[in-house]
Design a protein around this ligand. Sequence first.
Ligand code: MG
Length: 388
Amino acid sequence: MSEADCAALIMAAGSGERFGGDMPKQYRLLAGKPVLRHTVEAFLDHPAVNRVRVVINPEHREHCVAALAGLDVGEPVAGGPSRQASVRHGLEALSAAPPGFVLVQDGVRPLTDAGTIERVRRALDASPAAIAAVPVVDTLKREREGVSAGTVDRSGLWRAQTPQGFAYDVILRAHRDAADGEITDDAAVAERTGLPVALVPGSEDNLKVTTEDDLARAEALIAARAGEIRVGNGFDVHAFGPGDHVTLCGITIPHEKGLVAHSDGDVGLHAITDAVLGALGAGDIGQHFPPSDPRWKGQDSAAFLRHAADMAAAAGGRIVHVDVTLICERPKIGPHRDAMKARIGEILGAGVAVSVKATTSEGLGFTGRGEGIAAQATATLRLPPGGG
Ligand code: MG
């Protein structure tokens, strides 16, 4: 056993009280990931935590395995009939290689921040038990038969959160002595044995997902941390001229005409490039790659789009989605659409949703008369808070 060795026990053994849908709340999706996965990752990623085990309701084993695929959490520990019993099972599961400290965490607190984990862990250097908590700021009322029966003095009152941290041997002994009670707060098990429990500041954002509203609040907090959404649009036209092929969205298509351009004339990639630059507020393709510059003669337009994508990455942003519409009578786009999507995905990298659409202009205008091809595009980017 090493004094510095700190394990985290993530408690997800809840009976599966559901607040909608068929999925127990710890396995519901939050910002595209199961609630429990958010919680587990916060502890796996924390430098003060050396190992993480998860305590589950054995009936949810399949949900758990799917939710935590690829994460280093070992075999899930089967919980017991009460919260207290489940924590004890988790503590016993660590006993083969006892850690110096253990942090007990609600699996449905997906937004616990690194600072809170750090404060609880640090407090254990001076106290055998420490819990995250926030002072009560609202005025408290005692209710009797639907009306207020008076104001409760809130001074000195805190709301307990998790993680709740303990010297491992001390909390294991306390749990063994407490037998099978119904104590829902882990610190209360420690208090029962007369141990001092330090209170360290948690966070108002460290919420427990118990209702559908909590899930929506958690979703909004994650979105705020993820930064803002920016949408840019782009438009481009090239005229037909002599040639035997056109290049559209990175795909070469045999055709009885070519497109007149300094580069390869790929209206699709040009429109997407301008859309990305637009979302970044970074000018247009002509400013970055002036047609007068001989370097871009016959250029594969993938380089233009890659440059815009690199600018987005340098700004700490992420391209979420691009959508392009090609406007022409001929060539027919349909047979090439999948290849175009794949090529754009290749240029932008994994994780970008790509849409390629096509339309004619019903014989009207310059595209209708077959004088050229137009393209318009939209790009959706996520930029860090205050970025761009
Ligand atoms: Mg162009």
